[in-house]
Design a protein around this ligand. Structure first.
Ligand code: S3P
Length: 445
């Protein structure tokens, strides 16, 4: 059997859905729970392969991580500094987040560990994490270009640092703070552009002191007081806005749609796509806003809308970094041009998403200009579809082009949809339940 799927043009999408738990918060709940003293519980954990890779790695490092019959997860740590050296290479599959966060954890323990992953992960740059963690006292050996497989020699005698991030990255920030947990004194990270702050929020909930201040030049300085007594905590993982992005755009561009996506994390540092779509004229409303576990949550109602093109400023990129491929699909159906700037980081995600978005959109008939770090999607495309898109082990590219196929004359095929399970298991069935026509389990010719 082939692993291809085909998305056929469809009528309006109607219904109320839940999308899987937030990937960023899921990784962090297993990692932080495994560092605490005692037992933490996690409800709503994403059962995606990326998070399951983190669960397996935390077990290999000596934490107990179990799924209870009721679906709840139970994580028991040995207290800060209590992890042990893994016996074998840690295989983190497709997950850059798991790799970078765990590099920070291992760097602060006196152990040696090796990491690898799939072809996509083995091409991702890790030097951005290695540089600050080496300044703090750990050592690394990796392939050329700072790529995995890599080895980490951690230390119990780390040095606190104040480090300015050269690129906006929540993963790098988190790795530094996580190593800082095991180091006496204050570890600071200075962010030129604010990135998702789940690590900070969750550490505070566990009893750590994490403060945020503005530097004289207007940057954000996050300071952690090292060696806190981390308390086991119960985490409730909200729905992932990066996953909600796909049904949201599908509903916007498909006539006659009215979809409500329940229980989504609306943290402003994650919400740039929704802000952008509203500016483009999208009929999106946030219902029943509330706060759970320090995170703002709401139900998102989306109705089909005629969008118009806008300029998306570079400074918005950190709050929607994973959402540009699906925004580009929405932009292809807008009146007028949409220019997205500040996209250099897209080139080092699970695939080169800037190139893949431009190539894929052109293949289905959209008009696109790709710059070094920008993308312009022009109005006036002829959405013929009828193309096969290579997913290149990138879940978000696969899902973006499934959504694109809902509005093309001929179906759009994704060559290998297995990768979708890294972040959104059940994606095709959920979308089909709303009225999409995604054909899975295609028989190869
Ligand atoms: C993530 C941060 C982002 C994002 C990734 C998840 C996180 O990566 O692209 O999907 O959970 O911290 P960068 O930190 O590399 O921007």
């Amino acid at each position: 059997m082939s692993h291809a799927i085909s998305s056929h043009p469809c009528a309006g999408l109607i219904g109320e859905i839940f999308v899987p738990g937030d990937k960023s918060i899921s990784h962090r709940s297993l990692i932080l729970g495994g560092l605490a003293t005692g037992t933490s519980h996690v409800d709503g954990l994403l059962l995606g392969e990326d998070v399951l890779a983190t669960a397996a790695a935390m077990r290999a490092l000596g934490a107990s991580v179990e799924r209870l019959d009721c679906g709840r997860w139970q994580v028991t740590g040995n207290g800060l500094g209590g992890l042990h050296e893994p016996e074998d290479v840690l295989d983190l599959g497709n997950s850059g987040t798991a790799t970078r966060l765990l590099m920070g954890i291992i760097a602060g323990h006196p152990m040696t560990a090796m990491m690898t992953g799939d072809h996509s992960l083995r091409s991702r740059p890790m030097q951005r994490v290695i540089t600050p963690l080496e300044m703090m006292g750990a050592k690394f050996v990796c392939r050329s270009g700072g790529r995995p497989p890599l080895s980490i020699i951690g230390t119990a005698d780390g040095r606190p640092q104040s480090y300015t991030l050269p690129v906006a990255s929540a993963q790098v920030k988190s790795a530094i703070l996580l190593m800082g947990l095991t180091i006496a004194g204050e570890t600071s990270v200075i962010e030129p552009h604010a990135t998702r702050d789940h690590t900070e929020t969750m550490l505070r909930a566990m009893g750590a002191t994490v403060t945020v201040a503005e530097t004289p030049s207007g940057e954000r300085r996050i300071t952690l007081v090292g060696q806190p007594e981390l308390q086991a905590t119960d985490f409730l993982v909200p729905g992932d806005p990066s996953s909600a992005a796909f049904p949201t755009v599908a509903a916007l561009i498909t006539d006659g749609s009215d979809v409500t996506i329940k229980n989504i994390c609306t943290n402003p540092l994650r919400f740039g796509l929704f802000q952008t779509l509203i500016e483009m004229g999208g009929d999106i409303s946030l219902l029943n806003p509330r706060t759970i576990g320090g995170e703002p949550i709401a139900d998102i109602r989306v109705r089909s809308s005629q969008l118009h093109g806008i300029e998306v400023p570079a400074k918005r990129a950190p709050s929607m970094i994973d959402e540009y491929p699906i925004l580009a699909v929405a932009a292809a159906h807008a009146n007028g041009d949409t220019k997205m700037q500040g996209l250099a980081e897209l080139r080092v995600k699970e695939s080169d998403r800037l190139a893949a978005t431009a190539t894929g959109l052109r293949a289905i008939g959209a008009l696109v200009d790709e710059g070094a770090d920008s993308l312009t999607v022009r109005a006036g495309g002829n959405f013929r579809g009828g193309a096969t898109i290579a997913a290149n082990l990138d879940h978000r590219m696969a899902m973006a082009f499934v959504v694109a196929g809902m509005r093309t004359a001929q179906p759009v095929t994704i060559d290998d949809a297995r990768t979708i399970d890294t972040s959104f298991p059940g994606f095709s069935a959920l979308m089909n339940g709303l009225g999409a026509r995604i054909e899975t389990g295609l028989v190869s010719a």
